[in-house]
Ligand binder design. Structure first.
Ligand code: ATP
Ligand code: MG
Length: 376
């Protein structure tokens, strides 16, 4: 079982007053039991996670779950009510310490990246380089203009640039001082879908090339799955699960995680020894107690329609109740029970345009590895 932060502290013999100067972690960034109270709300609730050097960690979760608030705490824009944040091994935030944002060596790129409208592209990029000599400053700006393919726009003003170009300037500005850590809050949400994917890819390869460690906030599961080395999934101020995209998608640890990455079907069942018995047959019992009410969650992709089989007496021979075309695939609504009023429905992905008629009975196979079983 995880020890509470206080217990770990006690176990190491660390006193409160020592914490400010104690290196608690070799990670680039570490949050330990961090909470933030705003008014009557606990908007960040006992959050702990670590970010390793060079990784792209995504904070993912629904609107209002505390992603931006967590990022603000890391940036030093707010002071936590509880917990400790260390950056590069140095305590930067605790209830009694707050290192100022500009002394954290952290770059920020927020959704409304607000370029200075009265400054040119070059001037925007060089804005944060006050500690650099004039020569260093010019070299750094020229290097970034090159890398970001902005050289021909160097003397333009923000209003003369497209959304994607403005975004690249904002990224260049955030990276200019060579921050240890880059914080990005929904950086692509103002862009249209195509540009958004392009910018996401470009940003990721830029960060990798420069070896920059990053924490990115997004509420888009697909963006997190494609960009993150690891994901911190949050809900209502709390961390729900931390893991690689594959771990979160393939091995969700609870109903929220399983449901967050797209459509999900839910079938009720009862634990009988090694199995959970449902209307869709038996599923492996992960370790639930005998007789417990269980729920089995299945993504539409977990079902395989077996068109060539003539066996419509199997328990998984289901009724076609609706077909929705979705480009190259179809989403088929299948019913369990008798036509015309099946008692339960599931949605199944069929990888081609479906030629089924309503009321057809079709056999399906279910991939057990894509079935997630939890207590009800
Ligand atoms: N200054 C504030 N005072 C009081 N409550 C606040 C304040 N700022 C944010 N909140 C509340 O804190 C909660 C978390 O807000 P936060 O902005 O961190 O969410 P989020 O996950 O970034 O959401 P979104 O995806 O919509 O940006 C919300 O319920 C919000 O209403
Ligand atoms: Mg936000």
């Amino acid at each position: 079982m995880r020890m509470s932060f206080n217990k770990r502290k006690q176990a190491r013999g660390v006193k409160d007053k020592d914490l400010d100067n104690t290196c608690l972690s070799k990670n680039m960034l570490s949050l330990e039991g961090v909470s933030l109270h705003l008014g009557d709300n606990v908007v960040v609730n006992n959050v702990s996670f670590q970010v390793q050097t060079g990784e792209m960690l995504c904070l993912l979760g629904p609107s209002g779950c505390g992603k931006t608030s967590t990022l603000r705490l890391v940036a030093g824009l707010d002071r936590p009510n509880e917990g400790i944040i260390t950056l590069g091994g140095r305590v930067v935030s605790s209830p009694n310490k707050l290192v100022a944002p500009h002394k954290r060596d952290v770059g920020l790129l927020f959704q409304d990246f607000a370029l200075f409208p009265h400054l040119s592209v070059s001037e925007n990029i060089s804005y944060g380089l006050v500690a650099f000599s004039r020569e260093q400053n010019l070299r750094r700006v020229s290097e970034l203009l090159d890398r970001m393919r902005l050289k021909k726009h160097a003397d333009k003003y923000p209003h003369m640039l497209s959304g994607g170009e403005q975004q690249r300037v904002a990224l260049a500005r955030a990276l200019a001082p060579g921050p240890k850590l880059l914080l990005l809050d929904e950086p692509f949400s103002g862009l249209d879908t195509t540009l958004r994917e392009e910018m996401a890819e470009e940003t990721l390869s830029m960060l990798k090339e420069l070896g920059v460690t990053a924490v990115m906030v997004t509420h888009d599961p697909e963006e997190a799955l494609t960009m993150a080395s690891r994901i911190v999934l949050m809900n209502e101020g709390k961390v729900i699960q931390v893991g690689t995209p594959k771990e979160l998608f393939r091995s969700p640890s609870n109903v929220f995680s399983a449901s967050f990455f797209g459509r999900i079907n839910q079938i009720d069942g009862v634990v009988e020894g090694d199995i959970v018995k449902t209307d869709l047959g038996a599923f492996r019992n992960p370790d639930l107690p005998e007789g417990a009410a269980a729920q089995v969650l299945l993504r539409p992709e977990a079902f395989k329609i077996v068109t060539q089989s003539g066996d419509d007496s199997s328990p998984n021979s289901l009724l076609v109740c609706g077909v929705q075309y979705a480009g190259n695939s179809s989403l088929i609504r299948l019913g369990i029970g008798d036509w015309p009023q099946p008692h339960t429905h599931v949605e199944v992905r069929y990888p081609q345009a479906a030629a089924f008629d309503l009321g057809d009975r079709i056999p399906v196979e279910i991939d057990q590895d894509q079935a997630f079983v939890f207590l009800k």
